[in-house]
Structures are given as C-alpha cells and as structure tokens.
Ligand binder design. Structure first.
Ligand SMILES: [Zn+2]
Length: 81
C-alpha cells in the first residue's frame, strides 16, 4: 500500500508552482511600483547619508572622498541641500 499516490504528487507540484508564480508576481509588482518606500522623496537611494549618485552615470560615491567629483565620469557632484 502506497501512501502517496501520483495524483497527490501532481496536486502538490501544482500548488508549489502556483505559490512560486504568486511570489514572483508580487515581487515584480512591488518592484515596478517603486513607491513602496516613502522615506526618500528623491529616487536616488545611497547607502551612506553623505553619499550621492551621479546624475550622469548613476554611480554612487562619497563626494568628500573624491573631491566632489564623480570617480566614474569625472562630473562635478550635484549641489546638495
Ligand atoms: Zn558620473
């Protein structure tokens, strides 16, 4: 006597697949919305409070460490608040 039939395995596989699809859909939706984080009014989100993101090449850097110049493209750092 077999406890798990092939039908049960199929149902479990389908349920797992549906759950995976739902998780992916939720992740894509929350990512595409982009408005989930109300903390930052600007869309740039540097990890460090003093770090900035270059508006030209999108590189994140510390202006104090690079003499207020982007290490990627050499553009001057944008004026902060
Ligand atoms: Zn740059």
């Amino acid at each position: 006597m077999i406890g798990i039939s092939s039908t049960t395995l199929l149902v479990v596989a389908v349920v797992v697949l549906i759950v995976a699809v739902v998780i992916v859909l939720l992740a894509v939706r929350s990512r595409s919305r982009g408005g989930a984080t109300p903390a930052a009014p600007v869309r740039t989100g540097p990890a460090s409070p003093t770090a900035i993101v270059c508006p030209f090449c999108k590189r994140e850097y510390e202006p104090a460490e690079t003499d207020r110049r982007c290490p990627g493209c050499g553009a001057a750092a944008p004026r902060g608040r």
